[in-house]
Design a protein around this ligand. Structure first.
Ligand SMILES: [Zn+2]
Length: 309
């Protein structure tokens, strides 16, 4: 079978859609929708990460499908998505939201060397994940824009990021640097296939994110604080706090429970927390199936030791 020429290699940090849009900019100097239809592919199926359609695009392009499929977020049901073995429901950004680091895009532009920048601007896979609020490389907050229609413009950033490299660097220079959180670093490493601490690595990613975030929120703000209600900067603080315990596995979680209880026990016996159900948002997370057994056992052991239970 004849392949597209030249091959625009897939970059291991980008989404499958980013690569397809870059190819459209290279081969037809136009929008991804027209490019895919010209190849006999269905833009909608590709946009929802249909494995068969993504594989067909790889075959046509002459690209090994394995790294592409590894980074393809596939719609599983109306509310759930899959990324490899991971099931993602709550930690993906809405599809219409496009996020980017201005310094990363400026670096992409610098590689263009006279070519159209749309061929080089990549949407990084980690930008699709809600818990990642900042660029781990440049420590800058990610900028949010509405994603443009795939029928117009060139590249993923077509009409939504009209800024030149100079303008992007200016935005980067004026942005308030953020420290990010160790949870964000863990997510980025895990998506890139790098091993992390044993206990979180043994569980699916989304429940690890949820328990880390909610445990951190409870430790920082009390038993009734809901992580999702916190502003980005406080979410980062809560995530980093939760991660410092979760990374140590079961021993770390037992320690976190001691800290939680010490923080909320008073001399008034009616205020003593005798059951983990008192931590309402945490209780909700604990019903998540993959977390149920290991975490509820730890919580039950801890609270069973309290007099009066
Ligand atoms: Zn960056």
């Amino acid at each position: 079978m004849a392949h597209l020429f030249p091959l625009l290699p897939f970059c291991t940090d980008e989404t499958h859609w980013s690569w397809a849009a870059r190819m459209a900019a290279l081969h037809i100097r136009g929008p991804i929708g027209i490019f895919l239809r010209d190849l006999g592919l269905d833009p909608y199926l590709l946009s929802i990460g249909d494995v068969g359609e993504v594989t067909r695009l790889c075959v046509i392009a002459g690209q090994d499908p394995k790294p592409v499929l590894r980074n393809t977020v596939t719609q599983h049901s109306s509310r759930s998505w899959r990324l490899g073995k991971e099931a993602l429901t709550d930690c993906l950004c809405p599809q219409q939201e496009l996020r980017f680091c201005p310094a990363c895009l400026a670096e992409d532009d610098a590689m263009a060397d006279g070519q159209d920048i749309a061929i080089h601007r990549r949407e990084r896979l980690i930008w699709r994940l809600k818990p990642i609020n900042s660029c781990p490389k440049h420590r800058l907050p990610l900028i949010r824009r509405e994603r443009s229609d795939s029928a117009v413009g060139k590249g993923v950033f077509a009409d939504c990021v009209p800024e030149t490299a100079t303008m992007l660097l200016d935005i980067a220079d004026h942005a308030e640097p953020c420290l990010g959180s160790s949870l964000q670093t863990y997510i980025a490493d895990r998506l890139a296939g790098r091993p992390g601490p044993a206990w979180p690595d043994s569980l699916p990613l989304e429940p690890v994110i949820r328990i880390t975030a909610q445990l951190g929120a409870a430790l920082k703000g009390g038993p009734y604080v809901v992580f999702d209600d916190l502003p980005d900067t406080e979410q980062d603080v809560a995530s980093a706090c939760g991660w410092s315990y979760i990374a140590k596995g079961e021993a770390g979680i037992r320690h976190a429970l001691q800290v939680l209880q010490a923080g909320f026990e008073t001399n008034d016996s009616t205020c003593i927390i005798k059951h983990w159900r008192a931590f309402v948002p945490l209780d909700d997370v604990l019903w998540h199936p993959p977390l149920c057994r290991p975490l509820r056992r730890i919580f039950d052991e801890r609270f069973a030791s309290i007099p009066g239970n």
